[in-house]
Design a protein around this ligand. Structure first.
Ligand code: TRP
Length: 451
């Protein structure tokens, strides 16, 4: 017998839980480096447009699927149509790919925390500190193992509630500190050039790849197309106003990402001495520029310690939710104990995480499609699997379940103001755009069209 599902106690509880797991490295680390790399303003603009259109549509759909079926991802698709149960499985694969490399970056954050605690801020601000660190074998590996170990430990002992509670206090502090750092950055000479780059869209930089990058980031940051929102939805009360909750989650998540970009992108301009290639640093960007900012600030070491501590918390709560999701998928399917579930997920984390960690140094000869292993896992999950899952979900809802069923679910409480828009989006605009973006970006990647 299925036990009665527990519900979130109120709407705020739901929003906080969803936003709490949504805000993580995606906002603080991933968004700024993508924005810097893909032309600044144009990336930001595309991201915002996608968030209120595609992001909104998909989030409403996923939460409704969960709330309607009261099942988590695999069960939800299966319950509505047997032919689509494969989609549940496909979506379930995503968190397993993300969590190992998420923990690798969590390890980097941990390393920078220890660097600032041990008063080596000046060393961390030098140009090649980061590269020297990740190309070693020992140190990144130890940091990864500690971070992943803490995650598994917390999930195994079921103490995530305590962590969630602490993080609810710490997240507002993170927001305030980010504002302080952003204001400091903006007051530096040379910052305005960076602000312009970040805020003013340069339409000549528009390309399918930029659009795909913005879309992948949207899915990643809002935990879409990976079954997570379906599971959250299955715990949401029918009385809660869904349209509004979705808007709030989006606003919160996007606000933090925007702020992180405002902190990091102009810093690149200030501290790179006009070297534009610094914008393309990719995954290392946050770790290369922020130490320079802290080095230039009064009390920089203290601020660095507090900042990396807060980021560590944000990363930890997200990696806990991701791991929880993986464990419950394993448990649902194999009916094993929680302990066995946890340990198998830990094994996968080690299996994929250790090579990812060493992929910048001793294993750097493994470079699928000329990417590092970390970039590769990130690319496969965000730029391939998630858009494909999103496309199939649109087809599933638009033509199999029918938008009407979702609209009814949303209207269990309150009007669904955007329902006409929603229907057109899910049946026509979203699938057509998704197919076009996928085709163009594959062609661009393979070199058939030049940008
Ligand atoms: N959204 C999280 C972030 O911005 C990352 C993430 C993706 C996540 N999927 C998740 C977190 C599922 C918790 C649960 O960092």
């Amino acid at each position: 017998m299925e036990k009665k599902r527990s519900n979130f106690s109120n709407k705020l509880g739901f929003i906080m839980a969803a936003a709490g797991s949504a805000v993580g490295l995606g906002n603080l680390w991933r968004f700024p480096y993508l924005a810097a790399k893909h032309g600044g303003g144009i990336f930001l603009l595309l991201y915002l447009i996608l968030a209120v259109t595609l992001g909104f549509t998909l989030m409403v759909s996923e939460i409704s699927l969960g709330r309607k079926t009261r099942l988590s991802v695999i069960g939800a698709y299966e319950a509505l149509d047997k032919r689509f149960s494969f989609l549940g499985y496909l979506a379930s694969v995503v968190p397993f790919i993300i969590v190992p490399y998420y923990c690798v970056i969590g390890g980097w954050v941990l390393k920078y925390l220890t660097v600032f605690v041990s008063n080596q801020a000046a060393a961390a601000a030098s140009d090649d500190y980061f590269t020297q660190f990740i190309t070693q074998a020992g140190s990144p590996l130890v940091c990864f193992l500690i971070f992943a170990g803490c995650t598994v430990f917390i999930v195994l002992w079921g103490v995530s509630n305590g962590i969630e509670r602490v993080s609810k206090i710490l997240m507002p502090v993170l927001v305030v500190l980010s504002i302080v750092i952003a204001v400091f950055v903006l007051m530096q000479p040379g910052a305005m050039e960076g602000v312009t780059y970040y805020l003013r869209p340069d339409f000549s930089r528009f390309s399918a790849t930029t659009l795909l990058a913005a879309m992948g980031q949207l899915f990643y940051s809002m935990s879409l197309s990976m079954g997570i929102m379906i599971t959250y939805g299955s715990y949401m009360k029918s009385e809660d106003n869904m349209e509004q909750s979705v808007r709030h989650i989006e606003l919160f998540d996007t606000g933090i990402a925007f702020l992180a970009g405002l902190m990091i992108v102009p810093s690149v301009f200030i501290f790179s001495g006009g070297d534009e290639s610094a914008l393309g640093k990719g995954p290392s960007l946050m770790f290369v520029t922020l130490p320079k900012v802290f080095d230039a600030m009064a009390f920089g070491t203290v601020i660095g310690v507090v900042f990396f501590l807060l980021v560590l918390f944000a990363a930890l709560t997200s990696s806990i939710s991701l791991t929880e999701a993986c464990v419950s998928i394993v448990q649902d399917k194999t009916k094993c104990s929680r302990r066995t579930g946890c340990l198998s997920v830990a094994a996968i984390m080690a299996l994929l995480g250790i090579p990812t960690c060493l992929g910048f140094g001793v294993l750097d000869f493994i470079s699928p499609f000329h990417m590092s292993l970390l970039d590769f896992f990130d690319f496969v999950s965000n730029s391939i699997l998630m858009p494909v899952i999103a496309l199939l979900t649109c087809i599933f809802i638009g033509y199999v379940v029918k938008p009407k069923a979702i609209i009814e679910e949303v209207e269990l409480n309150g009007k669904f103001k955007m329902k006409t828009f929603y229907t057109i989006m899910i049946r026509w605009i979203a699938p057509v755009c998704l197919v076009a973006i996928l085709i163009f970006s594959v062609m661009e990647t393979l070199g058939y069209i030049k940008v």
